[in-house]
Design a protein around this ligand. Structure first.
Ligand code: BTN
Length: 247
């Protein structure tokens, strides 16, 4: 575990450390990020002492590298379940929006950014970056977010101790990674079931924006490889990359 007062991005630090041989499930944590980033190159507001900013290094098992795309999707899904479980320990019921926005009462309080490093066509390691807005006040949140943003404080009225949140998150993320490796009971099937139980918009009409355009359908769940299943007018689609919106 490496801790910093301030970094540009914990995911960049984790990547540099992983290249130098950091252990599987090694963590980089910071009190503040000056260049925190989210999916699609969006900025992730990371004011000092207000949130959890952490990145975990996941190294693939020898077998997992054969199905790299599925392994990467499953890791992302497992990380969302882990964050939701940690929030459950704090008495909060989190929902998940594919691929991995963490919602409380329909507003986004956390996000996950998974970035892989490739070596000769195989994933050498994955950096699972997790950001959670703990004591952010409205003025700490982005002015025009893509999706309504919030924090644990705003949603629950409780000022959670950052050390406690951190301990729960680190333990839950490591545990979920081990579950995925089949070292703990439940495995991928258990993770997938749990994700679907917490899936925001399940059975409802959504839209998916992909590079090729936008389409509508009913959100049906996850397939075996962690892709989103959407039933549209022309049949079932598997979504591997895209932005989901509730209609
Ligand atoms: C998203 O919802 O778009 C993902 C946000 C991920 C933010 C976390 S904070 C820790 C890690 N370091 C980063 O720069 N990003 C991730």
């Amino acid at each position: 575990m490496r801790r910093f007062e301030s970094v540009s991005s914990t995911s960049d630090e984790a990547r540099a450390w992983a290249r130098l041989g950091a252990p599987h499930l090694g963590f980089v944590l910071a009190c503040e990020q000056s260049g925190g980033r989210g999916r699609r190159g969006r900025a992730w507001s990371s004011p000092s002492g207000a949130g959890f900013y952490g990145s975990m290094i996941v190294r693939p098992e020898p077998g997992a590298a054969g199905e790299a795309a599925a392994w990467l999707s499953r890791c992302t899904i497992a990380a969302g379940v882990a964050v939701a479980r940690a929030l459950g320990e704090l008495g909060l019921r989190a929902m998940l929006k594919w691929p991995n926005d963490v919602l409380l009462s329909g507003r986004k309080v956390g996000g996950i950014l998974c970035e892989a490093e490739w070596h000769r066509g195989r994933p050498a390691f994955l950096i699972v970056g997790v950001g959670l807005n703990v004591s952010h006040r409205p003025e700490d949140l982005p002015e025009r977010p893509v999706f309504p943003a919030s924090s644990l404080l705003i949603e629950s009225g409780v000022l959670f101790e950052l050390e406690r949140v951190e301990a729960l998150l680190v333990a839950a993320l490591r545990r979920a990674a081990s579950e995925l490796e089949g070292e703990l009971e439940g495995g991928w099937d258990g993770i997938r079931r749990e994700w679907e139980e917490r899936c925001a918009g399940l059975g409802e009409l959504i839209s998916v924006s992909e590079a090729g355009g936008k389409y509508f359908g009913v959100l049906r769940g996850l397939d075996e490889s962690g892709a989103l299943l959407v039933a549209g007018a022309d049949g079932m689609r598997r979504v591997v990359v895209g932005d989901v919106a509730f209609e």
